[in-house]
Design a protein around this ligand. Structure first.
Ligand SMILES: [Zn+2]
Length: 477
């Protein structure tokens, strides 16, 4: 019964010709799924496959993508003032829009979104909720969402989380994300409600308080940023809290670089088999990516298209080349303030062209996100250093300086890396220099006083939310 429901849903999605999906129907499917799991212990054998999370056949994928683009372009040309102008200027007919027409449409930038926000709003749908980008660089952009989107996304998220056993009825989820990440927090709460899980939206509080909550509330699923995970792991170790005190079965992070050293430490201290590393960005919701066991980032093909464009050329990046992720969410998954070819400026490297052999091989993949394009250091031709290389190397220091704090720039053709004294405390400068050389980094190392910390790399975990009472502290206090 449940599988036939999923098949009908897939059919409805594949037939979607400019119509919104019926969220009540998806709600009923979730209800059936929770009941199925309660009765049989797990969803039907190939339920995830039925949901269509992979697309092994390149021809079907191309067809799916073309249909998604055409549907989206047709609607945007009619409803979005910004894109009506873009499509008209490119002289591209949206009724027959094909993959080959894509390159005629310039990418949309964050600046477009900030400066002409009103022009992005679709005329045929009332706005319901506004959310802001919460990254650590630049002015935030505001993205308006419709009531339909706020019903659809958690329904789809609950469905796939239940199918993948990422969420179970009875789970207790703790969310340590910025409270101003309005959409992410609302969606997580709604997803938990649909899946029958409890939800603690705790924000970015003092890490000791978050650790105490993990223990006291018997939290089973944790969702946070890598930098805050770093603070939680450090605090748990200081407090003597380990796997025996915790009930966690799953930890998910996103929004920043997760280094292998921190992931290993997180598993050891929190008692989980691995840390799930997911990619999503407010401007391009609901299109997301997830990391596989081989360290790739795999991109969703059902709800949107993810391209990788060369940093200077704006042409598709070649195998091995660095590029920026450019995302187009498809209608009917994005409704109120959609973007078309949104340039995230998130750096990735194109994988070599050999076939993949990982568990997500059916989905297109890139390297994991390597940082923001504006933070790429370029000391000469083929001498690029990404933020991920620096964070991985710093967090691998035996002093465990988590999360990595540093400042890096290029002077006279050399990369200068400044790290606080605490990060190399007790190692000696010679050992520290060798550590970075062994990591393949040809850099000049400067060790700076710890009180310069506030001027070094900022993280999402720095936006502490203070309150009266408890043991919360202000940043730097
Ligand atoms: Zn993979």
């Amino acid at each position: 019964m449940f599988e036939s429901g999923i098949r009908q849903l897939r059919m409805a999605i594949s037939m979607a010709a400019g119509r919104r999906l019926d969220t009540a129907n998806i709600g009923r499917l979730i209800h059936d799924l929770v009941a199925t799991v309660a009765e049989f212990g797990e969803p039907g054998a190939d339920a995830e496959e039925v949901l269509g999370s992979s697309m092994a056949d390149p021809k079907s994928l191309q067809e799916l993508t073309s249909r998604g683009l055409r549907r989206t372009a047709r609607r945007l040309a009619a409803q979005s003032a910004f894109y009506a102008r873009r499509f008209a200027a490119a002289d591209v007919g949206t009724d027959k829009f094909a993959l080959a027409d894509l390159r005629a449409i310039p990418v949309t930038t964050k600046r477009d979104l900030i400066e002409r926000a009103g022009d992005f709003r679709c005329a045929d749908v009332p706005a319901h909720l506004v959310t802001r980008t919460t990254g650590t660089t630049g002015r935030p952009a505001e993205v308006w969402l419709s009531r339909y989107e706020m019903e659809l996304w958690p329904a789809l998220a609950a469905l796939s989380s239940l199918l993948q056993d990422a969420l179970r009825s009875g789970d207790v989820m703790q969310v340590n994300m910025n409270s101003r990440a309005i959409a992410a927090n609302h969606l997580t709460a709604a997803t938990c409600r649909l899946a029958g899980a409890a939800c603690k939206l705790d924000g970015i509080v003092a890490p000791e308080e978050a650790v105490a909550s993990l223990v006291d509330a018997r939290v089973t699923v944790l969702s946070t940023y890598p930098s805050y995970l770093a603070e939680l792991v450090t605090a748990a170790r200081r407090l003597g809290v380990g796997p025996g005190d915790l009930s966690l079965r799953r930890v998910t992070v996103g929004g920043e670089v997760l280094s292998p050293s921190l992931a290993t430490a997180g598993c050891q201290t929190l008692g989980v088999p691995h840390i799930d590393d997911v990619y999503s960005i407010t401007e391009a919701i609901p299109v997301a990516g997830r990391a596989c066991g081989h360290g790739h980032l795999h991109h969703d093909v059902n709800q949107g298209l993810t391209e990788v464009l060369g940093l200077a050329s704006s042409e598709p990046a070649a195998p091995g080349e660095l590029g920026t992720l450019v995302i187009t969410p498809f209608f009917p998954y994005r409704d109120c303030m959609p973007v078309f070819r949104y340039d995230t400026r998130d750096l990735v490297r194109c994988l070599p062209s050999e076939p993949l052999s990982c568990e997500l091989a059916g989905l297109p993949a890139t390297s994991q996100v390597l940082g923001k394009a504006e933070d790429l250091l370029c000391a000469g031709p083929a001498r690029e250093v990404t933020p991920r290389q620096l964070i991985d190397a710093i967090e691998a220091l035996p002093t465990q300086p988590w999360p990595a704090r540093y400042r890096a720039d290029v002077r006279d053709g050399r990369i200068q890396l400044a790290v606080p004294a605490a990060a190399v405390n007790g190692l000696g400068e010679g050992v520290a220099r060798r550590h970075f050389a062994d990591a393949g980094l040809d850099i000049d190392l400067a060790i700076v006083a710890d009180d310069l910390l506030p001027s070094l790399r900022r993280t999402r975990g720095d936006l502490r939310e203070a309150s009266f009472g408890g043991q919360q502290t202000l940043v730097g206090a």
